[in-house]
Design a protein. Structure first.
Length: 161
C-alpha cells in the first residue's frame, strides 16, 4: 500500500477525472467513488520516481502520434465500410527496444488509443498486440512509435537527480 502523503490527493483527483471521462460526465458515482478511493489508495503504478519528459521529444511525438492515429482510424473505417477489404485480425509478438518500465507502460497504453491496435499481454520481454490489417505494416508502425516514445523520456540516470 502506498503511504498517504501529497500523492494521494493528486491520485484521487486523477482517478476521479478518469472516471468522469469514462462515464461521459454522467456519473455513476455509486460505483465510481469506491473504485476511485480503492484505486488511489492501492495505487498499482510505481510513484517513487517522477517521469521526466524531453520537450524536444514531446514536439516530435505529437505529430507522429496524430498521423498514426488518423491513418489507423481511416484504415479501420475503410475496412468496415468496404467488406471486400478484409479485417485481418492478428496477434503480434512485439519485443521491447524501449528501456525502462515507465516508457513501456506509456507505450502499451498509447497503442490502445490507436484504432486497430490493442495491447493484450505485457511482459518483461515485450508485449502481445492485437492488430487489424497487415501485420508487417502494423509492426513497422509500432516500431516507429516506440522510437518516438523513447525520445520522450529522460535517460534513467537523469532521473536520479
Amino acid at each position: 500500500m502506498q503511504r498517504v502523503g501529497v500523492g494521494l490527493p493528486l491520485r484521487l483527483l486523477s482517478y476521479a477525472a478518469i472516471w468522469w471521462v469514462i462515464t461521459g460526465g454522467d456519473g455513476g458515482w455509486l460505483w465510481g467513488l469506491p473504485a476511485v478511493l480503492i484505486a488511489a489508495t492501492f495505487n498499482p503504478f510505481p510513484t517513487t520516481r517522477r517521469w521526466r519528459w524531453r520537450p524536444r521529444g514531446a514536439l516530435l511525438f505529437l505529430p507522429v502520434f496524430t498521423w498514426l492515429s488518423l491513418r489507423s482510424a481511416a484504415d479501420v473505417a475503410w475496412r468496415a465500410l468496404h467488406p471486400s477489404r478484409p479485417v485481418n485480425p492478428a496477434l503480434l509478438e512485439f519485443t521491447w527496444r524501449l528501456e525502462g518500465e515507465q516508457g513501456r507502460v506509456f507505450f502499451a497504453n498509447l497503442i490502445n488509443l490507436m484504432p486497430g491496435t490493442l495491447c493484450v499481454r505485457f511482459t518483461e520481454a515485450g508485449m502481445t498486440v492485437h492488430v487489424l490489417g497487415d501485420p508487417a505494416d502494423r509492426m513497422v508502425g509500432l516500431e516507429r512509435l516506440e522510437a518516438v516514445v523513447a525520445g520522450l523520456f529522460e535517460p534513467m540516470g537523469a532521473m536520479d537527480d
